[in-house]
Design a protein around this ligand. Structure first.
Ligand SMILES: Cc1cc2nc3c(=O)[nH]c(=O)nc-3n(C[C@H](O)[C@H](O)[C@H](O)COP(=O)(O)OP(=O)(O)OC[C@H]3O[C@@H](n4cnc5c(N)ncnc54)[C@H](O)[C@@H]3O)c2cc1C
Length: 540
């Protein structure tokens, strides 16, 4: 059996960072095992290809969650990257560290070393920020670009409406705001692109170092189980080309398989809720009810509008527009194909009386109202000038779970989000909708509208807003917290150095390790977390 010092399971946002850091000194032999294949694909490299990979099973696990009672029993689609780079290869590239207070909460949940000042240093270490005039700041491997000059002309209406609605605007450079001080602010999103192409975690951390002699990368190899000697993780078994293999870890096995599959692998390997493991004929190595519990996600809703002036629909929805944008992209790596669909937004407070941001906004210059919201076809915008205002509450309190339903590691685990199951979350849904209503009714927005909106959240009753939210909202694709870093007595799975409670030689380093979901998008904090984890691992 081959052996390595470290085995990293999953080459996603977190796994690529770890592979980079743990091989840097040359002192450790590292194996990175990924179930998916190469990310050298046109629609991954091209930012707008997000709309193509969203439903592409060759790079996407395409999980289905259980019907959600909070969403009126609707199915919930759970896209996850199955490819080098993981979800960072198929995501919408919005870069946001989150709010300062998110990390103060991480620390206060029993995790010294994770407060804002600790994580800020790690964020700074991973980022190189490209400002709107092309100057760079920082020397990190990950490029965070301010592309506002290329954003759709609708932006002036978005900024005016946000200002008129009393939202705090992003001060100075947006890269300072979203990547900087952990405060609220509305403005142009900064994104993970480099010279007009996606800059995934793999582009930033893995590809530049993949030829290191002490790094072995295995693709299209799906880990089935963690192997143990007593209570020490000693390796993993995996399937590749229809054959089962095993590899040994001299020091550690590190799960970076993401918020759905890291808890699944723990449960399949005997670490999880005792009764659940017994139901599935899995010998219990360490019973812990927290494994797979506490699933948190952002749930959001789009409001659709018809505009008096052309929107991105005219570009992405017509052959003439697509050809022109394609030529621009090929010749100059600029234009709509080099951008995220999410152009304006931020984390804001729905009321001045709150002491922290509670809503994330997305104002996008295109619309796809005719498509089913759960599995929207981003490649088919509406055939009229349309745009979207959208929000999701930042810190929902509803918790779901991930639970195996079979000992077969190739069967997707059961996923239940349990959205909107607390009064707090229902109140936030109403507050967020009222905020959109306020923006919708500004003079700046009214001047842009070609037709009155079908739904005015500033006038509807709370019951009607909640009914609409249950009917139309959906995942923002940020599942987290299923192997929480917290003391075991408080339902935690990991200690502050991300070691799994109750066993040795095993860590979980990915979005499942978050003690609580962050207020904005989750890829940046996942990469930061992996950077910090490498510090803990290397410093013993
Ligand atoms: C459609 C979509 C849009 C998003 N948009 C944004 C955005 O704009 N901004 C943002 O910040 N975040 C966004 N996110 C969320 C963000 O991308 C994720 O939170 C983040 O990438 C999670 O990182 P991770 O390392 O935990 O997991 P992942 O990046 O998903 O990596 C897990 C890896 O493990 C592999 N794996 C799983 N099981 C096994 C196994 N048994 N054996 C071997 N390999 C395995 C997977 O194939 C995958 O490559 C989006 C996500 C999606 C899906």
């Amino acid at each position: 059996m081959q052996d390595f010092d470290f085995i990293i399971v999953g080459a996603g946002s977190a796994g690529c960072v770890l592979a980079n850091r743990l091989t840097e000194s040359g002192a450790h032999q590292v194996l990175l095992i990924e179930a998916g294949g190469s990310d050298r694909r046109f629609w991954i490299r091209t930012p707008i290809g997000y709309g193509m990979t969203f439903l592409d099973e060759t790079v996407n696990w395409k999980f289905e969650a259980d019907r959600d009672p909070g969403l009126g029993g609707r199915d919930v689609y759970v896209p996850r990257g199955k490819v080098i780079g993981g979800s960072s290869s198929i995501n919408a590239m919005v870069y946001a560290r989150g709010a300062k207070t998110d990390f103060e909460d991480w620390r206060d949940a029993g995790n010294p070393g994770w407060g804002w000042n600790d994580v800020k240093r790690a964020f700074e270490a991973i980022e190189t920020r490209v400002t709107k005039d092309g100057t760079t700041r920082g020397h990190g491997p990950l490029t965070v670009s301010d592309r506002q000059y290329d954003y759709h002309p609708l932006k002036r209406h978005f900024m005016n409406a946000a200002h008129e609605a009393g939202l705090r605007l992003a001060n100075g450079e947006p890269s300072e705001n979203f990547a900087g001080n952990g405060e609220e602010g509305f403005g142009p999103y900064v994104i993970n692109t480099r010279k007009g192409l996606r800059c995934s975690s793999a582009d930033a951390f893995l590809h530049p170092i993949k030829h290191r002699k002490n790094l072995t990368i295995l693709t299209e190899a799906q880990v089935a189980k963690i192997l143990f000697e007593g209570k020490r993780a000693s390796g993993v078994s995996y399937r590749k080309d229809g054959m089962v293999h095993a590899v040994r870890a001299r020091r550690e096995v590190i799960l970076s398989a993401g918020a759905i599959q890291s808890p699944q692998l723990l449960q399949l390997s005997g670490i999880g809720p005792g009764a659940l493991l017994q139901e599935n004929n899995i010998p219990v190595l360490h019973a812990n009810e927290g494994v797979g519990a506490h699933l948190e996600d952002h749930v959001g809703i789009n409001y659709y509008y018809r505009a008096k002036e052309p929107t991105l629909n005219a570009v992405l929805g017509t052959w003439a527009g697509r050809i022109a944008a394609g030529v621009q992209f090929i010749l100059t790596r600029t234009g709509p194909l080099s951008l995220s669909v999410n152009q304006y937004g931020g984390i804001v407070r729905s009321s001045e009386t709150l002491d922290r941001p509670d809503m994330q906004l997305y104002f996008n210059p295109l619309s796809y109202s005719t498509e089913n919201s759960g599995k929207r076809k981003l490649t088919k915008p509406d055939p009229w000038p349309g745009f979207i205002l959208s929000f999701n509450p930042c810190r929902p309190t509803s918790h779901g779970h991930v639970r195996i339903t079979s000992p077969d590691s190739f069967k997707q685990p059961g996923i239940l989000f349990n959205y909107l199951s607390t009064n707090h979350d229902l109140e936030e849904a109403v507050r967020g909708a009222r905020l959109i209503g306020k923006v919708q009714n500004t003079a700046a927005m009214q001047a842009l509208l070609a037709a009155p909106p079908q739904f005015d959240p500033s006038r509807e009753s709370e019951e009607s807003i909640i009914a609409d939210f249950r009917k139309r909202s959906g995942s923002v694709y940020h599942p987290t917290c299923t192997c929480r870093m917290a003391p075991e007595a408080q339902g935690g799975v990991l200690d502050p150095h991300l070691r799994v409670h109750g066993v040795d030689g095993l860590r979980v380093v990915d979005a499942s390790s978050f003690p609580n979901i962050t207020s904005a998008n989750t890829s940046a904090p996942t990469m930061m977390l992996a950077w910090r984890a490498a510090e803990f691992i290397l410093n013993g």
